[in-house]
Design a binder for this molecule. Sequence first.
Ligand code: HEM
Length: 337
Amino acid sequence: MMKRSLSSAAAGLLAFGALAPGAMASDGQVDPVAFVDQFEATAGKYEGFRRSGAKGICAVGEFVGTPEARALSVASAFSGEPVPVIVRFSVGGANPKAADNVRGQRNMALQFDLPGRERWQMGNISSPVFGASSPQQLFDLLASRQPDPETGLADPERIRAFNEANPEVLLQGAYIAAQPVPASYASVNYWGVNGYGFVNAEGAVQYGKWVFEPSGGVQGLTDEEAKAKGPDFLFDELRQRVAEQTVAFDFNLELAEPGDKVDNATVPLPEGRDKVTLGTLTITSVAEDAGGACLTLTFNPMIMPEGVKPSADPMLAARAAPYAISLSRRLTEGAKQ
Ligand code: HEM
C-alpha cells in the first residue's frame, strides 16, 4: 500500500479517490466511474471494502415517529408504529484498518424498511458540514490530494493552491479536528448535511437539515483515554453498550426559513433555527462479525419515501451512481465488511 499524506481537512472527506479530461459531464455531474477511480487514486484501493467509510459495523434498530413529524410529512416512517432500520456505523475514510482512537469522522448510515416496500436510505456524518459544495469541487479536491506514485506524497503546493481557491473545503476537517475522539459510535451527533423537503398532507413543503443526536448525550475521550483504548475499540464498545443499556438517537430536523441556503452542504443553517424531533431511533442489536445485512447494501441518499424530497443540492444526485459503482466493485472483489 502506498504511503499517504493527507491533511486533516482531507482525511475526513477522504474518508471516501486525475482525472482525465472528460470526467466532467455537461450537466455539472462528474463521470461516476472517474469519481470512484479518483477516490481510489487518492485514498487507496482496498479490495472488498467500501471506497469510503470502509471500517464499519452493521446493526439493526427500530424507529418510531412523532406527531410533530406527521404534521410535517406524510412519510410512512413517521406513522408512530415501529419501523425496522438497518444501521451501519463507520470510521471515515477508505482504510479498513483506520484507528478508532484518533480524531476523525464517524458515520451512521441508515435504511428504514417501510410498509409497501418503500425504503429510506441515508448516510450521516459527524460534522454539520461537508467538504465540498459540488461534485466537481469534490472531484478536484480529491485530485489535489492525490499522492505521487514515486514518493507516496501529495504535492503541498497543489494542495495550498486548491485550498486558497476553495476555502470552504476546509470547514469539515476544521470542525472534526476540534472535536474529541468519540467515546462510542453512540455518543456523537450525525448530520445529514444535505437539505431535504418534507411534504405534508396539504402538499406544503418544509425544507430543513437533519441531525441524529444521541439520547445519552455527546461523550468524548481525553487524549489519554483515547490512547489507552487502542485503535480498535468501537465495535466491542457498541456491542457491550447495546447489551447493557438503551442506545438511542433523536432524529431532529432543523427547519429552514425563507432565504436560508438548503442546497449547499458546506453551509449549515443559521444558529438558532427551530428544531423538531421527528422520532427516536433505538439500536437493538449489533452484528457479531463483519457480516450482516450491510455487507451487500449501499446507502443511496436519493432513495426516500413519499413525503420526503431532495433539495436542489447537486451533491445528492451525484452520490447515487458512485455508490453503486463502489458496491459493484466490492461485491466483485468479495465483500468484506
Ligand atoms: C458527490 C459526492 C459524493 C461521492 C462521490 C461519495 C462517494 C462515496 C462512496 C463511493 C461511498 C462508498 C459506497 C459503498 O461502497 O457503499 C460513500 C460512502 C459514504 N458516504 Fe459518500 N460520497 C459523496 C458525498 C457524501 C456526502 C455529502 C456525505 C454526507 C452525508 C456522504 C456520506 C457518506 C457515508 C456516511 C458513507 C458510508 C456509508 C456506509 O456505511 O455504507 N457522502 N461515499
